[in-house]
Each structure stands twice: as structure tokens, then as C-alpha cells.
Design a protein around this ligand. Structure first.
Ligand code: AMP
Length: 216
């Protein structure tokens, strides 16, 4: 993918490096040339010095041809305006704005700009590290409203049906790995000892899942 990243701070430089390492064509924009010093020396993308509010800067980053656009300056409003511009004016198919303020992140999301509130996400992660020991998180979705956790099936859970571990809108087994192969189980599938379950769980339902698994 062709990706444009605005802001070469801690997040932007890491994001750009990760994307470039994965083989994507990355252009990173910053108005301060010294900021590019944060990039790894092996960074294979392009660096563009300029203010992202200048159309010329965005054009130099080839935003017109971009498949994705991420804006991660420290300014919530800056990120929102740039993301809205990328989406509406340049029709970039995938756009994400990093927003610190969770309230603004919600408002912007409702205005049609996909946002990630690193504050909400970070707080959720820290809470999880402090409180939860039994479940291994493998994926958090959006601001961690939904998480996918990995659960090993021991003797306590073996023999139960998938539906016994389902709570509408809260807990859902989405995949089972058995003998090295994954499948999407029916509600009547039975857990075997040694299965690895992937369970989607709503943020407020982790304690419930843990009680169901007798982890607390
Ligand atoms: P900040 O901490 O707000 O300065 O943002 C992190 C990085 O984004 C810094 O390296 C800034 O130079 C860069 N930055 C902030 N606003 C813009 C902008 N409008 N255009 C380009 N880079 C920016």
C-alpha cells in the first residue's frame, strides 16, 4: 500500500518504520526536518519537509495516489482537520487520526473520521495489565471496546459446548485451533482438552468471561 503519515514524533516515526518494514511505500511528512532523526537509519520510505496544511506538501507526499493516510501530530484538532481533508478532498480510502482526548475522538468518529484515542486505548491496556492475569489478549479492536483473547482449554472446560461460553453481545467464541488447524465453531461444537479458543469479548464483560472460565 501507499501510505502517507503526518507527524514524525514517537508514534509517527515508529508507525512509518513498521509500515516500511512490512514492504509498504511510506511517505512521512513533518514541518521540522530534525524530527526525521527519529526514523531508523534503514528507513526505506520518503521524508517530506513541510506543513501538512499546505496542499503542496501533501501533494509532494503523493496523497492523491495514497491508499492510506494516518495523522499523528500531537494536536487533536490538527489531526482531525488533516484526516477530514485526506478523506473528503483527496478521497484516500483509509484514514486514521490519532486523538488524545477521548471525548473529541468520539465526536470526530461520529463526524465520519476514524479516530484512535491513544488515551482510552492506553488506559484500557494498563487496567488489563494491572487486573487481568488469566486471559491473553491477541487483538484489541478500535479503542478496545472489543478484544479477542486466547484461552487454552483445560479439563474444566473440556466437554462443554461453545454455546455455554456465549453471551449475546458480550462473549463469543470466534475460532478454535485444534491439532494445529483453525475453524469457526458452531454453537453446538464441543471443546476438547488442548483446544485453543479465540474469544471476542466486550470491554465490560472480561470479568464475566473470567468467572465463566473460573479464573477468578
Ligand atoms: P507536535 O508534538 O504537535 O509538534 O507533533 C509531533 C510532530 O508532528 C512534530 O515532529 C511536529 O513537527 C509535527 N507536526 C505538527 N504539526 C504539523 C503540521 N501541521 N505539518 C507537519 N508536521 C507537523
Amino acid at each position: 500500500m501507499r501510505v502517507v503519515v503526518v507527524g514524525c514524533g514517537r508514534v509517527g516515526s515508529l508507525l512509518a518504520s513498521l509500515l516500511a518494514q512490512d514492504g509498504h511505500q511510506v511517505a512521512i511528512v513533518d514541518r521540522n526536518p530534525a524530527a526525521f532523526g527519529r526514523l531508523a537509519p534503514s528507513f526505506a520510505g520518503r521524508t517530506i519537509v513541510g506543513d501538512a496544511f499546505d496542499l503542496g506538501t501533501l501533494q509532494a507526499a503523493e496523497i492523491e495516489r495514497a491508499d492510506a493516510f494516518a495523522t499523528v501530530t500531537a494536536g487533536d484538532n490538527t489531526n482531525y482537520v488533516l484526516a477530514a481533508m485526506a478523506r473528503r478532498r483527496f478521497r484516500v480510502p483509509r484514514v486514521v487520526a490519532r486523538i488524545y482526548d477521548p471525548i473529541r475522538a468520539d465526536i470526530y468518529r461520529r463526524l465520519g473520521v476514524p479516530t484512535i484515542s491513544s488515551t482510552t486505548w492506553g488506559a484500557n491496556k494498563i487496567r488489563d495489565l494491572l487486573l487481568y492475569v488469566g486471559l491473553t489478549s491477541v487483538l484489541t479492536i478500535a479503542n478496545a471496546e472489543v478484544e479477542v483473547v486466547e484461552v487454552g482449554v483445560g479439563p474444566d472446560l473440556a466437554g462443554f459446548e461453545v454455546k455455554s461460553l456465549s453471551v449475546p453481545e458480550e462473549i463469543q467464541v470466534i475460532a478454535i485451533v485444534r491439532g494445529g488447524r483453525a475453524f469457526i465453531p458452531s454453537p453446538l461444537a464441543v471443546f476438547n482438552a488442548g483446544d485453543l479458543l479465540y474469544v471476542a469479548v466486550a470491554a465490560g464483560a472480561k470479568e464475566r468471561l473470567e468467572s465463566m472460565l473460573m479464573l477468578r
